[in-house]
Structure formats: structure tokens, C-alpha cells
Ligand binder design. Sequence first.
Ligand code: ADP
Ligand code: MG
Length: 322
Amino acid sequence: MAGLSEFAIIERFFTDRSATLSAGELGIGDDCALLSIPAGFRLAVSIDTAVENRHFPAGGDPADVAYRCAAAAASDLAAMGARPLAATLALCLPAADESWLSPFSQGFKQAMQDFGLQLIGGDTTKGPLTITVQVHGLVPNGQSLLRSGAQLGDLVFVSGSLGDAAAALQVIAGEVELSDEHRDFVYRQFYRPQPRLALGQALLPLATSAIDISDGLVADLGHIASQSGVGAQLFVEQLPLSPALTCGFGKTIGHQLALTGGDDYELCFTVPAALEAQIQQLARECHLDLTCVGKIVSGHGVTCLDGQGEPVHFPRTGYQHF
Ligand code: ADP
Ligand code: MG
């Protein structure tokens, strides 16, 4: 790499001297990091890769790109109800460009702080811009949120509002114009998603299943349905749409973006109907909207129903790479 060597990049931008690891643990600098796993916990591990122009448009603020990649990875910990522990970062860079690396590393550091993660290692290589973040978390033995636990009669909830990140991509592509306020909001939803880590952990004793919404609600709830051997109904009129989405796109397209747009990183989870009041209590505690958008039924697949209970069809069900 011209200018900075691989090791200078690691030293300058990614070695955190203030990292606090326990005795016997090891962070950046050796061949492996070493983590201890407390008795009574399991290690939850997940990895996410983001490729420029596929997962995020070229030309974005590097701090935002970093934050988004870290958030997307941490969101998988949220979906399992895991407590965040540590992350590794594999960076494939077209050039050793300090003016890009500096804000990128700041954005990444901010995300690590916000999500309670420590950067403990990684890999730095040259090639098309690709950012891979692996996250590690802890779940109490025998107590994680799986996709496979949904039961007949459970209610389906989602956190936050849906479709905003997909809306942001249309704005960035110049296909749609929004007011300054709404544009700032959807940009923030796309570049600074907040993985629902506290919610995920609080759901451990309540939810029967959970998933984070990365590919679109219909597709992701579809995974819960198929892995639980049940069907799911979504009540389209109950979908939580932001003012940016309803004002900028109207209700019909808003519903479509909420159902099929990816990158929201909200949680979708199922709970027994008897626990509905506890979920509303949790919403107040987490300062987060938790909206009942459907229910688990017999059969298979996800059916979208309008206000009259009639099935509605949307052309795309979610993002797929192949
Ligand atoms: P190795 O050749 O043994 O895989 P490297 O030379 O690639 O080790 O990395 C040296 C150290 O720097 C390792 O501890 C590795 O985890 C860490 N590291 C490399 N790249 C990054 C990065 N982008 N962010 C954080 N740590 C990194
Ligand atoms: Mg080595």
C-alpha cells in the first residue's frame, strides 16, 4: 500500500490503547485474540460482509459506512439476545488513504463504544472496498432467542419503524426527493442504525423467537415461519411507518418499503398473546416503539392482509444476492 504500510494502518487507526480486557485476555497484536467465556454463558458469533456499491453506495461519509457495518453485525447479537463482547474487523481497501481511514476508524470506534464492543483483531488487505465485521457476544446457557420457537397464536412484534433505510437508498440514488428533515431522518436510519441490543436481552424470558430485519420484514419473518414450522399473517395497516415514509412516498409505497426493504436492523419477534402488556411495558422502558404487526397461524409462509383481512400482494419479498 502506497504511503502507509499495513502495520502502520493497524497501529494508527485500529489499535485501541484504552481497551479494557480481563486478565489473561488478549486484543490486537498477536496471531489470535484471547477471550474468556464466563461460566454459565455461551459464545454467540456472527459475521457480516459489506461490499461497496452492493451494501452501501460509493462516496458515503467513511464514518457513516463504518458505523453502518458495525451496526449490521451487532444487530445479529441483538436478535439472539446476546450481550455484546468483542468484534474483529477485516478490511479490504483499494488504497491506504489516510483521509478515508481516519474518519472510517472514528466511526467504527464510535460504534464500538455505542454497542459495548471491543475491537480485538482483524485483517487488512488490498482490493475492492469490502468491510467484514465479526461480532462475539454472550448468551446465558439454554436461553437464546432462536428463529425456530414461534408457536401458534403468538403475536408478531417489530421494533421502531420500517422501510426508512430502503427509502434512503432511493433518495441517495436520486429517484425521490424528500424535505431536508425527512431526508436527514432516513439517511440516519440507513447509516446509523441502532442495533436493538437492550431489547434483545430483555426479550430473553419473553419472546418465543426473534430475528433482525436485514432483508425485509416479509423475508425475515418468513425465516421464523419456516424454521418454526408455522405460517404468519401480517396486518399491513398496522405497520409502523415513519412520517418521512408516509409524507415522502405515500402509504402504499410506504407499506411496500416496510415489507420488502432491507437494512432496517429492527427486531421482529414473537410472543405469547398473554404477554402483550409486558411488551408494552418493555417498550416504555426501552423508549422504543414495539408494534404488534401480525400473528402466527397454522400453515406456512407469510400472508399480508389489508384492513379488511383480504390478502395483498407485493412484487418483491426481500433482498437476495443470487
Ligand atoms: P496475521 O498475519 O497473524 O494474521 P496480521 O499481521 O494480519 O496477523 O495482523 C496483526 C495484528 O493486527 C493481529 O492481532 C490482527 O488481529 C490485527 N489486525 C489486523 N488488521 C486489523 C484491523 N483492520 N483492525 C483491527 N485489528 C487488525
Ligand atoms: Mg499469524
